[in-house]
Ligand binder design. Structure first.
Ligand code: ADP
Ligand code: ZN
Length: 726
């Protein structure tokens, strides 16, 4: 557009942000004035990069040196609220703005018009000679639906040549159609369930918030099975009636198939999806449809926050307490927190839903910053299950077995009654530890400070942190004794083995992210459970959340102590949330549920809270504890992780960095200490922890400190603001 454009190139200037790890936006010349958000191509060295007009030019660069950026055809642009959000995320997480922009910008093709396909319908031409094959094609095409040549040939049972002959004589007429069918807007009133009083009350508050078109946060805090999804669907329906877009964030891809089915049953169509499994073409299609406003509802993983919504009217964060919302590489951010910020810039409400909210959200709801909407009853006749502890110190089977006599009896009774059971163990593989019987040597990963987990199906030892795999060595690497390895402790595969030996006739399936043949097979296990084709489902945390199995009456937690002892302050909260979620799978329909927790610490506060079904007592205790130690949400934290292959260099860099920390009131710097995985993928990791009072601008402090920090080239520094584990 530049050569014959009457406007002289370079009449206008702007700063343009490129989706690259650069220190900021660069000045460019433009042929036309452009607003913030306008998408351009800009030369950078020998390359052309996509970029976004970010603001007015900074100046300071000589006119002659400025390069020319050109707008894309059709002048696509990112919405202003998304640009503001990108700036905010960059400054909050101390990430280069270009790297945050990279999450919001797709390839150039995404901004071009959708590709078209050629299809055929009946035309006016008449073939010189009519044959039965030709007649079949014309009969097929009579319904007016557009079909491709191969489709017509297949349906009429003729060769493609026959179809082409009809095209040539004009009996079939070509039309151009978009490559994909357009998104059909969901029907807000398609199959509306009748809400109970509590649900209706919560729904009314959320609908009002959608109509109000203002920022505000609601915590939809309801026990498992209370109908949170059903209730927030009402808010989604309201956004549809208002003609606005909704983003529903889900923590895991594993949840989406069931969720999408359910969504379709309620709204009549499937929503647009956004997650890592999409093909590049589907990705472009969703991106385009979100930008044009055609996609009214997007169900997505955390990265969907960076989509260019034309008119965002509502964000829902389902299972808001989930750790999976934390993005741990690239820009490190927590999608729940960022969803709240995104909603603020878009001036729309946000709903956080959970049966076990994060302590942060719980505190915000209690102190009135969030609207607290509670659902205290299960829908229909369902009651919360009874939770009982099994003290493994007394109630245990033979050595090397993991299902206690009490748990076994209850499984037998459940299966005999034609009901379903679930055994939960949050550990993949067969055994978490393999050691040499002769010398006690533990088989560990070569490049991580982690045990190798035996996967017996695949006959491999696997590091769950870096993915390193090896076969079982013929002899102990330490003492040379041959073939004397013992598997210690259970993984789901081992529990399944024990189960099969005890209940050879029961129909059983394992659901774990890696014993299964990928997501499809896992979905199949979950569907089989729903259809009652299996009696017992044995699984890791993949089965713990979200699923609704009406005939499930018994949940057995094989090791309730797992995860409670890793020295992490949030471990108790996480253990509680996970076990509470698992327990919530039981007794979701008419029949009452029973949950049996196998533990060696029956006196532990988490175990007590679970059996007393007194969730808030646990939250209050956690809250007080965090307040005393000034931990979030009563103080701020940031972790600085130094890593590299040269261990000594990493430790030295940590010591030097700690010495240069400016001292200031209300700020403490701890460490360096070895990070939680002191060795990961062959890299030594050291951690410094910055803790400040709530009122302190921790980013400003970090920026001042790190501006002048000298870190050797061999050491990498990553800043994690609001670390999940501390
Ligand atoms: P939660 O998200 O709180 O765990 P769900 O929304 O999944 O709860 O609801 C649990 C079950 O109860 C689902 O099968 C849901 O369809 C059903 N349910 C909840 N509320 C209603 C209602 N008002 N009418 C009919 N079914 C409902
Ligand atoms: Zn490893």
């Amino acid at each position: 557009m530049s050569a014959d454009n009457p406007t002289r190139a370079g009449d206008y200037r702007a700063s343009v942000l490129l989706p690259l790890p650069l220190s900021g936006a660069y000045d460019y010349k433009l042929t036309l004035p452009a607003k913030r958000g306008a998408i351009v191509t800009a030369p950078l060295g020998p390359r052309q990069s996509l970029g976004v007009v970010w603001g007015s030019a900074e100046g300071g660069v000589a006119e002659a040196k400025l390069k020319l950026a050109e707008p894309l055809d059709g002048a696509p642009h990112l919405p202003g609220s998304l640009c503001d959000f990108i700036d905010w995320v960059a400054q909050y997480t101390l990430t280069l703005p270009g790297m945050v922009l990279a999450m919001a910008l797709r390839s150039r093709q995404a901004f071009e018009p959708e590709t078209m396909r050629t299809a055929y319908i009946s035309g006016n031409g008449v073939p010189a000679k009519m044959t039965p094959a030709r007649q079949r094609v014309l009969d097929t095409a009579k319904d007016g639906l557009a079909r491709s040549v191969p489709q017509l040939a297949e349906e009429a049972n003729v060769t493609p040549a026959v179809v082409r002959g009809l095209v040539d004589c004009g009996a079939l007429q070509a039309i151009e159609l978009p490559e994909f069918d357009p998104y059909r807007p969901p029907d807000p009133d398609f199959d509306v369930p009748k809400l109970n009083t509590e649900q209706a009350l919560a729904a009314e508050v959320m609908r009002g918030a959608v109509r109000g078109r203002r920022f505000g946060v609601s915590l939809l805090d309801g026990i498992t099975g209370s109908g949170k999804t059903e209730t927030y669907f009402e808010a989604v329906a309201e956004a549809l009636r208002e003609g606005r877009q909704t983003l529903i964030l889900l923590p895991e891809i594993a949840l989406t198939v069931q969720f999408l089915d359910r969504f379709a049953a309620r709204f009549g169509v499937r929503p647009a999806e956004w997650h890592s499994d999409l093909s590049p073409r589907e990705r472009r299609r969703v991106y385009r449809a979100v930008m044009s406003g055609e996609a009214k509802i997007v169900v997505g993983a955390r990265s969907a926050l960076f989509l260019p919504f034309a008119d965002l009217g509502l964000i829902v964060v389902d299972e808001e307490h989930e750790q999976a919302y934390k993005q741990e590489d690239g820009a490190i951010y927590h999608a729940r927190d960022m969803a709240v910020v995104r909603a603020r810039f878009a001036q729309c409400p946000v709903i956080l839903a959970s049966a076990t909210p994060s302590l942060e959200s719980y505190v915000n709801a209690k102190n009135g910053r969030y609207a607290h909407l509670t659902l205290t009853n299960r829908h229909g006749a369902a009651e919360l299950p009874e939770v009982r502890l099994i003290d493994l110190r007394e109630d245990r089977g033979d050595p090397g077995t993991f299902l206690s006599p009490t748990l076994r009896e209850n499984i037998a009774r459940t299966v005999a009654a034609g009901e379903q059971a679930m055994l939960f163990l949050n550990r993949r593989g067969y055994a978490p530890l393999t050691l040499c019987e002769a010398c006690g040597h533990k088989l560990v990963c070569r490049q991580c400070s982690a045990w190798l987990v035996e996967h017996r199906y695949r006959k491999r030892l696997v590091c769950h942190h870096c993915g390193y795999e090896t076969g079982l060595p013929p002899a102990c690497p330490q003492c040379g004794t041959e073939g004397k390895f013992i598997a210690c402790g259970p993984g789901v595969e081992r529990v399944a083995e024990e189960f099969k030996a005890l209940f050879p006739d029961a129909r059983m399936a394992i659901a774990s992210s890696d014993t299964m043949g990928g997501p499809a097979e896992m979905q199949a296990a979950i569907r089989a459970m729903q259809k009652r084709e299996i009696d017992v489902l044995i699984g890791t945390q993949i089965v713990a959340k979200g699923h609704h199995f009406p005939q499930l009456t018994l949940v057995g937690v094989v090791d309730a102590d797992l995860g409670g002892s890793d020295g992490d302050l949030r471990a108790r909260e996480r253990t509680f949330q996970l076990l509470h979620q698992v327990s919530g799978r039981a007794g979701r329909a008419e029949k009452p549920g029973l949950v049996l927790l196998q533990t060696r610490n029956p006196k532990d506060a988490v175990m007590q809270a679970l059996t007393a079904s007194d969730r808030d007592a646990f939250y209050e205790q956690e809250r007080k504890y965090r307040e005393i130690i000034h931990a979030p949400p009563f103080g701020r934290l940031a972790a600085l992780i130094l890593s590299g292959h040269d261990g000594e260099a990493v430790r030295e860099a940590g010591r030097v960095l700690a010495k240069t920390a400016p001292s200031a009131r209300g700020i403490k710097v701890w460490g360096p200490t070895p990070a939680f995985y002191a060795l990961l993928r062959g890299q030594t990791r050291e951690r410094l922890l910055v803790q400040t009072e709530k009122s302190i601008d921790i980013q400003a402090y970090l920026r001042t400190w790190l501006k002048d920090a000298t870190i050797p080239k061999s050491v990498r520094l990553v800043v994690d603001v609001d670390p999940v584990s501390f």
